[in-house]
Design a protein around this ligand. Structure first.
Ligand SMILES: Cc1cc2nc3c(=O)[nH]c(=O)nc-3n(C[C@H](O)[C@H](O)[C@H](O)COP(=O)(O)O)c2cc1C
Length: 356
C-alpha cells in the first residue's frame, strides 16, 4: 500500500480546495526546512547514486529531477526541495511587480485524467520580496529563477520588466529562465514570436556579465515552425538551454468535461511535451540542453523524456498525484534502466531514442 496515493490523496482531494491544500503544504514544508527537522527527511526521501550525477552549465546535479516552476513561486519552501530528494529547484515565476494573480477559483483538479487546470496568472510577491527570501537561504542544489512579465506592464515594455527581475536576482540564481509561455497572462505567449523574444534576449544577454545560464521556457502549443524560430534565437543569443514544456491550452482526449480556461498539466500533456523535446533534440542535433517537463508520473515517463533528448527533468502535477515518494521511485527506476542498458552515465542515454 502507498500511504500517499491510497490514504492521503483521497482525503486531500475530497476535503480540500486545491489552492488551499497547496498553500498549506508549501507553508508546512517551508517551516520544516527552516528547522532542525529538515535533515531527518533525507533518509526517507533522498536517493543518491553515482549514475545519476550530471554536470551541466558548470553546475553539479546530484540527480536530474527538479521541482518545476510555479510550485514554489516565492521560494517559501526553497530549502525543502533538496531534502525531498530533488536534484534542482526552480522558483518563480517572479515578476517585477508583486501581483495577486487571477480571481479564485483558479486551480482545478481533474483526477480522472490525472491532470490539473490552472489559471493562477503569476500570483507572486515580486522580485524585491524574492530577493529578501533568497538572501539568507543557500540551497544545497542548483537553483533556477523563472522570470515573467508583470500584468500591468505593456507587452512593448516587457524587456524592461524581465531585466529588472534578472538584475535584482542575478547573484542568487544558478540559472535563469525566460518564461514567455504561460497561457494565463494576457498576450504573454505573443512574446514567443521572434522579434519580441529577440528584444528580451538581447537585453538580458547584455546584462549577463559572468554568463549565467539563460534558458527559455516554451509552450507545447507552438507549431514546429514557431519552435524552430525560437531555436534560431537560442543559437543567436547562445542560450544555455530550453525548457519544454509549459502547460497546454489544448483539451484533447480528456475524460473530464470541464470548461475552465487555463493551462492543462499532468498526464494528458506527457506525449506532446516529449514530442516537442524530440523535435528540439533532432533539430539542434543534441547541442542545446533540454529540460523536459510535462506529465512525468513514473520512472518510465522520466526515462522516455531522457531518451528523447532531455538532460534534466522537472515535475509538478506528478508530485501532487503521486506524492513525495515519486522522486526516489523515479530515480531508482532510472538507475535500473541505465544499468540494464549499459550506459556509463545519464548523459550517454540522453537522446538515445531519437533516430537521426
Ligand atoms: C498550478 C500551476 C502553476 C504553475 N505556474 C507556473 C509558473 O508560474 N511558471 C512556469 O514557468 N510554469 C508554471 N507551471 C507549469 C509547470 O512548471 C510545468 O511546466 C507544467 O505544469 C507541466 O508539468 P507537469 O505536467 O509535471 O505539471 C505551473 C503549473 C501548475 C500546475
Amino acid at each position: 500500500m502507498d500511504i500517499y496515493r491510497d490514504l492521503a490523496r483521497p482525503l486531500i482531494f475530497r476535503f480540500t480546495d486545491p489552492e488551499a491544500a497547496h498553500a498549506w503544504s508549501l507553508h508546512t514544508l517551508g517551516k520544516i526546512a527552516e528547522g532542525s527537522l529538515a535533515k531527518s527527511l533525507d533518509p526517507i526521501f533522498k536517493y543518491t547514486h553515482p549514475l545519476l550525477q550530471t554536470k551541466l552549465w558548470g553546475l553539479d546535479f546530484a540527480n536530474p529531477l527538479g521541482v518545476a516552476a510555479g510550485f514554489d513561486k516565492n521560494a517559501e519552501a526553497v530549502l525543502a526541495w533538496e531534502h525531498l530528494g530533488f536534484g534542482l529547484t526552480e522558483v518563480g515565476t517572479v515578476t517585477r511587480h508583486a501581483q495577486p494573480g487571477n480571481p479564485q477559483p483558479r486551480l482545478f483538479r481533474l483526477p480522472e485524467d490525472k491532470a490539473v487546470i490552472n489559471r493562477m496568472g503569476f500570483n507572486n510577491d515580486g522580485a524585491d520580496k524574492l530577493l529578501e527570501q533568497l538572501k539568507d537561504r543557500k540551497t544545497g542544489i542548483p537553483l533556477g529563477i523563472n522570470l515573467g512579465k508583470s500584468k500591468i506592464t505593456p507587452l512593448e515594455e516587457a524587456s524592461v520588466d524581465y531585466l529588472y527581475s534578472f538584475q535584482k536576482l542575478y547573484d542568487f540564481g544558478d540559472y535563469f529562465v525566460v518564461n514567455v509561455s504561460s497561457p494565463n497572462t494576457p498576450g504573454l505567449r505573443e512574446l514567443q514570436q521572434s522579434d519580441r523574444l529577440a528584444e528580451i534576449l538581447a537585453v538580458l544577454s547584455e546584462a549577463n556579465p559572468i554568463q549565467k545560464p539563460l534558458l527559455i521556457k516554451i509552450a507545447p502549443d507552438l507549431s514546429w515552425e514557431a519552435i524552430d524560430d525560437v531555436l534560431l534565437l537560442c543559437e543567436r543569443f547562445k542560450l544555455a538551454g530550453i525548457i519544454a514544456t509549459n502547460t497546454t491550452i489544448a483539451r484533447d482526449g480528456l475524460k473530464t468535461s470541464m470548461n475552465e480556461t487555463g493551462g492543462l498539466s499532468g498526464k494528458p500533456l506527457r506525449l506532446r511535451s516529449t514530442e516537442v523535446i524530440a523535435h528540439i533534440y533532432k533539430t539542434t542535433q543534441g547541442r542545446l540542453p533540454i529540460v523536459g517537463v510535462g506529465g512525468i508520473f513514473s520512472g518510465e515517463d522520466a526515462w522516455d523524456k531522457i531518451i528523447h533528448g532531455a538532460s534534466l527533468l522537472q515535475t509538478y502535477t506528478g508530485w501532487i498525484y503521486e506524492g513525495p515518494w515519486i522522486v526516489s521511485r523515479i530515480l531508482k527506476f532510472l538507475v535500473s534502466k541505465l544499468e540494464q542498458e549499459g550506459f556509463k552515465n545519464l548523459q550517454e542515454a540522453v537522446g538515445s531514442g531519437v533516430s537521426s
